[in-house]
Design a protein around this ligand. Structure first.
Ligand code: FAD
Length: 436
């Protein structure tokens, strides 16, 4: 019987691990709770009506259809048994136990609220297709609700968008909401003026995009402010409820921002499967729930288990796609070396290809080695890289088409939303806080 490799997750880590095992003498079973591979870096474009979900989330089964040694199973992994080497997954009442010889765990991370999970219904994050469609409904729906109000003061909270967290996702979302209101929706309404929408970007630290260094951070802030975005740093969110956000600033002052559309882009929490692995092995998890792995990405005490991507903690590597993809490649190489009785590659050596974030149409920041790019050039680099890494030819072509519509024109092709997707956020009764 061929060596059985079970891969958990169809994100960057899981999918690339399965693909890298194409020529190995193994049977790969990829188990994921979703049927697609999600290109998370473009989720914010689904949320703001530029792209459709199909463009960034092709079916995993289709991607792997020509890989004869790979099988795809839909299911949420609920238990990993390191002693009996089994993975239990579930879809509704349907439960399945899959045996493995080698296990690659790449279940990623979800939105983290730093112990304040009660914020979640009022400030959804952006990690999945469901999240993106909910945010789309909340964002476009907020303009619709504003149009229905008789008094300007009742429309104001609907026209106030608060984005919490000024990392790449927060900056990209704030930039797109601003562009949406100032360009796309400019002439679409009769009672309200969408260009007057307030977009507030809250950041707990000193600056936006802080991981890009002080110069890029300052320039990015200036660019955001030029677009009319109200950037507030050293701002710690105290509470989020149905009508807004309470913020405390570093100088001790605090303020309540009335908003009916709050987005959380401030933190992530690794999959709870990490804690399960730690409980059964010598591994520890860090504060973000990430598993502290051996230098070769294996679980301490379990050389047959690899933990990769956003779930692993090693040398302070960031939770980015390249870490997951290179970790996938490294695990696959190790598995092949073992099966072929060759020396193992040993410690994982991450090659940093750089990082980038868009601010708006035609504007981005990119750090590649010592090179710091900004503006149009960085945006072009961003465009090229994203098309390159987007999975699927069809997806690439239709994404390019939608980008032309949105960036060269003013329109957005994917504005469809339903009230159901807004999870009650548009229709629930709201009792506004009295001013003061
Ligand atoms: C909005 C956003 C923007 C980003 N932008 C960038 C960017 O510009 N550049 C960059 O490099 N990185 C970016 N990232 C980070 C990057 O997407 C992640 O680092 C990368 O996806 C990690 O890969 P992964 O395989 O570890 O996890 P993921 O890609 O998250 O995949 C996890 C997989 O596991 C599945 N899963 C989870 N739990 C279970 C379970 N219990 N059972 C079965 N399946 C399960 C999930 O459905 C998913 O398929 C961004 C992330 C987000 C959310």
């Amino acid at each position: 019987m061929a060596h059985r490799v079970v891969v958990i997750g169809s994100g960057f880590g899981g999918l690339f691990a399965a693909k890298k095992l194409k020529r190995a003498d193994v049977e790969v079973t990829l188990i994921s709770r979703v049927s697609h591979h999600l290109f998370q870096p473009l989720l914010y474009q689904v949320a703001t009506g530029i792209l459709s979900q199909g463009e960034i989330a092709p079916a995993t089964r289709e991607i792997l259809k020509r890989q004869r040694n790979a099988d795809v199973l839909l299911g949420e992994v609920t238990a990993i048994d390191l002693t009996n080497k089994t993975v239990t997954s579930q879809v509704g009442v349907h439960r399945k136990v899959t045996e493995y010889d080698t296990l690659i765990v790449a279940a990623g991370a979800s939105t983290g609220y730093f112990g304040n999970d009660q914020f979640e219904p009022y400030a959804p994050g952006l990690k999945s297709i469901d999240d993106a469609l909910e945010l789309r409904a909340r964002i476009f729906g907020a303009f619709e609700m504003a149009e229905l109000q008789d008094k300007p003061e009742d429309a104001a909270p609907w026209l106030t968008f608060v984005v919490v967290g000024a990392g790449p996702t927060g900056v990209e979302l704030a930039g797109q909401i601003a562009e949406l209101s100032r360009r796309t929706l400019r002439k679409d309404f009769r009672s309200i003026d969408p260009t007057q929408a307030r977009v507030i970007l809250l950041e707990g630290g000193d600056g936006v995009l802080s991981t890009f260094g002080p110069t890029q951070s300052t320039k990015a802030r200036q660019a955001l402010e030029k677009m009319g975005i109200d950037v507030r740093c050293n701002a710690m969110v105290q509470t989020v409820d149905a009508t807004g956000v309470e913020v405390k600033y570093k100088d001790g002052s605090s303020e309540y921002l009335s908003s009916n559309c709050v987005v959380w882009a401030a933190g992530v929490q690794a999959s709870p499967l990490g804690a399960q692995l730690a409980a059964q092995s010598d591994a520890e998890v860090d504060r973000g729930g990430r598993v502290k792995v051996n230098p070769d990405l294996t679980l301490p005490g379990h050389p047959e288990v690899f933990v990769i991507g956003d779930m692993m903690a090693l040398d302070n590597l960031p939770g980015v796609a390249q870490v997951a993809m290179q970790g996938a490649k490294h695990s696959a190489r190790t598995i092949r070396a073992r099966l072929e009785d060759k020396p193992e590659p040993g410690a994982f050596d991450y090659f940093d290809k750089g990082s980038m974030a868009t601010i708006s149409r035609f504007r981005a920041v990119a750090n590649v080695g010592k090179l710091q790019l900004r503006g149009f050039l960085a945006w072009m680099a961003w465009l090229f890289i994203h098309i390159l890494y987007l999975v699927g030819f069809q997806q690439k072509v239709s994404t390019l088409g939608h980008w032309m519509v949105a960036f060269l024109g003013r329109a957005r092709a994917e504005r469809t939303f339903t009230l159901e997707q807004a999870r009650g956020s548009l229709t629930n009764e709201r009792e506004a806080r009295p001013p003061g």
